[in-house]
Design a protein around this ligand. Structure first.
Ligand SMILES: C[S@@+](CC[C@H](N)C(=O)[O-])C[C@H]1O[C@@H](n2cnc3c(N)ncnc32)[C@H](O)[C@@H]1O
Length: 256
């Protein structure tokens, strides 16, 4: 388990309420959907879609769903149900707008307290939300319980080389240097992100894999979301910049 900040340090800024600040929400959604300039689009999404596989007939739970942009495509691909969970009131509102007119649903709930009856879902996804969660063990246990036999878990998080340390950025230009430090000192990190400060929880790659196996998932994929050249619209300089460091870690597991 990863504990919260050390004594004397400020209280953690929780992921859900962080996104309720209008300046954060607007900036995040603009960044998230900015195409070639979005690392999600050029790195995280291609790996995520590779590992997703066929979804026809599946009941999908999305933890930390944000604006639920993935919901309509999943439903169009034949998934039997989509439930998004998010701790942010504003994100939940954005997700409800995204899902309007579809059978998909969203609930404002914290990932840490979410539970569902056994065998409610066939696939649990969580994209870039679990590094906001201090203790993964109960969350993964709840995921396992809610999955049908053979059900799958597919998650992405900010890569541990990025969560380990935040070196101040000297200029406002696109970042060209990164510092990995305090890698094995896991726990809470205050991060300047999207114009404000939030708490992320740093874990090593090994910690993530161990947490999955401890929750009795058989790990079926571990990917570091290398940039995909076909997503850069020919911007070779940006491709080369994105090839310098991993930004995202993907893990997939099946319920044993
Ligand atoms: C970086 S965004 C990712 C959103 C979406 N999954 C996507 O890929 O676009 C992280 C989301 O997780 C939500 N979140 C963070 N911590 C949470 C928590 N403890 N419980 C519920 N939601 C949380 C935030 O409100 C935000 O919508």
């Amino acid at each position: 388990m990863i504990t919260s900040n050390a004594p004397g340090e400020p209280d953690p800024v929780r992921g859900g309420s962080f996104y309720d600040a209008p300046h954060v929400l607007e900036r995040y959604l603009r960044h998230r959907h900015s195409g070639v300039r979005s690392p999600n689009h050029v790195m995280e999404e291609p790996a995520f879609l590779d590992e997703l596989g066929p979804v026809a007939g599946l009941r999908v739970l999305d933890l930390g769903c944000g604006d639920a942009a993935i919901g309509p495509p999943l439903l169009a691909a034949g998934c039997r149900g989509y439930l998004g969970i998010d701790g942010s009131t504003e994100m939940t509102r954005a997700a409800a707008a995204t899902l309007r007119g579809t059978p998909g649903r969203v609930e404002r709930r914290d990932i840490e307290t979410f539970s569902a009856p056994p065998h409610t879902f066939d696939l649990v996804i969580s994209r870039l939300a679990l590094h906001y969660v201090a203790d993964l063990d109960p969350v993964l246990a709840a995921c396992r319980r809610s999955l049908s036999p053979g059900g799958r878990l597919l998650i992405t998080v900010v890569h541990p080389v990025i969560t380990s340390h935040e070196a101040p950025q000297a200029t406002k230009e696109a970042r060209t240097d990164w510092v990995v430090d305090d890698y094995f000192s896991t726990g809470a990190r205050r991060r300047d992100w999207m114009g404000d400060t939030v708490t992320w929880y740093h874990r090593t790659v090994e910690d993530y894999v161990t947490a999955l196996t401890r929750a009795r998932f058989a790990v079926t994929a571990l990917r570091e979301c290398a940039p995909r050249s076909d997503r850069f619209d020919g911007d070779t300089a940006e491709f080369a910049r994105r090839a310098r460091v991993p930004l995202f870690l993907l893990l997939a597991g099946s319920r044993t």
